[in-house]
Design a protein around this ligand. Sequence first.
Ligand code: CA2
Length: 148
Amino acid sequence: MPDNATITLLHGANLNLLGQREPHIYGTATLEDYVAATRAAALPLGLSVEAFQTNHEGQLVDAIHAARGRAAGIIINPGAFTHYAWSLHDALAAFSGPVIEVHISNPNAREAWRHTSVVSPVATGTIVGLGMHGYELAVQAIARRLTV
Ligand code: CA2
């Protein structure tokens, strides 16, 4: 039975470096800032956030499995795994709640190899290019889907 009060927030490869390099693309906010903003958006909606970041594809698969039957929804920014990690596609397909894929930048406006997402086909929705606002919108999208 899923815990309707919990969102699992997952970050993949290199996102632990946020705020340390490439501020012209990703801004100056750290991963901790993104997690805090997601929690702040969730709190007034009666939702809590469990956050996890890893640079290892298999650990992200395990975290998605761990959310099954426990979390109400998943917000995921897989980093570069987005573009090739079919194991994430298959793991997310086995999660029954809403899945919102978020990207800080707009991958479609960048190099061609970023234009493919293997996660999007199994996401409830995808938000790109809005930075931290995208995470706030993702929380709202999950909350809306839990109440209708
Ligand atoms: O825009 C996004 O959120 C991305 O998921 C970020 C990934 C990139 O591979 C995707 O195409 C789009 C990269 C995250 C790397 O983040 C860094 C942050 C600071 C310094 C170095 C890497």
